[in-house]
Design a protein around this ligand. Structure first.
Ligand code: PLP
Length: 419
């Protein structure tokens, strides 16, 4: 259609060669219970493309040495590859310096690191920390623990029934005692995209630093931490087609410099004596012990992969599938879509009248369709919508229109069984 050709998103979507993309993911070639795998649990973790698998294997086959300590050839190769991964992550996030990238196990560890260093330093009795109602447990519990320890108060900005942040309520909770605001860029349970740029601006207007949980944004959106002016930004490699056990914490350099170290051990020090230890410079100060070297190498391969394909084109493809899925699933009788924010990414969370989400997921699995059922580590969101759980289909750049149709038909099958 002529009109859609004028639309850049439609053009990008039309150019997306999903068949070629799928060939990069060996896991997608399998059958499950005799059916071709339809993998729709990408918000939990994504499948891995060949370059990620190959680079990790090559590291273990040829370059396996420890980093920042061994003078020999393998150690030097490992160190170089690990630091290249840091540079790649810096570019991926648009950070100003590689020294602002701390490798961690994932978003959870990054948030705990900030809570237990920056948080412990800055939050005292009677102070407040602000989060939102749609956070993953990883961005709730570390702050609860901190507030409990310090005698501080955890404020929660509520969402409405579409799953959107209520702006005035958020603003009302930016108080003179608020020492930090921490919120998701994208909700894992609902797919809501939060207006993080405006939220950061509003928090900064009151001198409140901000941590953004980008676990669900990094796989779908081009992030630029400097444009956002985020003080901290965290994500997990395994949700961006990379390995498990590796992720990154971005922190503004001046903040990282001021923060005390988190874990003590090798590599985070410059010198140790029984009288006194001098800590290493950032980011090494926060990377005690032997890190996930192969993970960092795999993460670099994953970030190279998505950047080469283009997150904008992938996003347009996923957005097309989301619209299709919303229309198709929304028309099924007895199906309630949970979370209908105007700005939304890649998540179809739903309930079926009279059928428990765990039964839905089990019966879909019998048809080779992988979805997640449960509270999605976001129990307060379930509470808001007064459901114990939902079934969640979540999209990635390799999903297809046929898979959305398979999901819809699968749900119809489940409904027939319960009729
Ligand atoms: N934050 C959000 C929004 C998430 O969706 C997740 C994982 O699902 C996390 C944090 C935690 O990520 P990880 O388990 O990789 O640390």
């Amino acid at each position: 259609m002529a009109s859609s050709l004028l639309n850049p998103a439609a053009r990008a979507q039309a150019a997306w060669d999903v068949t070629a993309v799928r060939r990069d993911f060996p896991a997608l070639e399998q059958t499950v219970h005799g059916h071709p795998l339809v993998y729709l649990d990408n918000a939990a973790t994504t499948q891995k493309p060949r370059p990620v698998l190959e680079k990790m294997l090559a590291f273990y086959q040829q370059d396996c040495g420890n980093i920042h300590r061994s003078i020999h050839q393998l150690g030097e190769r490992a160190t170089e590859a690990y630091e290249k991964a840091r540079l790649r992550t810096q570019a991926f996030l648009g950070a100003g310096s590689a020294h602002e990238i701390v490798f961690v196990r994932g978003a959870t560890e990054a948030i705990n690191l900030v809570a237990q260093t920056f948080g412990r330093q800055r939050v005292g009795a009677g102070d407040r920390v602000l989060i939102t109602e749609l956070e993953h447990h990883s961005n709730i519990v570390p702050w609860q623990m901190l507030c409990e320890e310090k005698g501080a108060h955890l404020d929660v900005a509520p969402i409405d029934d579409a799953g959107e942040l209520i702006w005035e309520e958020f603003i009302a909770r930016l108080t003179p005692r608020t020492r930090l605001a921490a919120f998701a860029h994208v909700s894992n349970a609902l797919g809501t995209v939060l207006p993080v740029r405006r939220m950061i601006e509003a928090a900064h207007a009151q001198n409140i630093p901000v941590l953004v949980d980008g676990a669900q944004a990094a796989p779908h959106l081009a992030v630029n931490v400097r444009e956002l002016d985020a003080d901290f930004y965290v994500f997990s490699g395994h949700k961006v087609y990379g390995p498990t056990g590796i992720g990154a914490l971005y922190g503004k350099r001046e903040l990282l410099e001021e923060m005390p170290p988190w874990q003590g051990g090798g590599d985070m020090i410059q010198s140790v004596s029984f009288a006194r230890t001098i800590y290493n410079r950032v980011p090494y100060k926060f990377e005690a012990g032997t890190p996930h070297i192969a993970g960092a190498i795999g993460l670099k391969a994953a970030l190279d992969y998505v950047s080469t394909l283009g997150l904008a084109a992938a996003g347009a493809h996923e957005d097309h599938l989301l619209r299709l899925g919303t229309e198709r699933l929304g028309a099924l009788p007895g199906l309630r879509l949970i979370g209908q924010a105007r700005e939304k990414l890649g998540v179809l969370s739903f309930t079926l009248a009279g059928i428990h989400p765990h039964d839905v997921a089990t019966l879909l699995d019998q048809q080779g369709i992988a979805v997640r059922a449960g509270h999605h580590c976001a129990q307060p969101v379930m509470e808001h919508f007064q459901v114990p759980a939902t079934t969640r289909a979540s999209l990635a750049l390799y999903n297809t229109e046929a898979e959305i149709e398979a999901l819809a038909r699968g749900i119809e099958q489940v409904q027939k069984i319960f009729q």
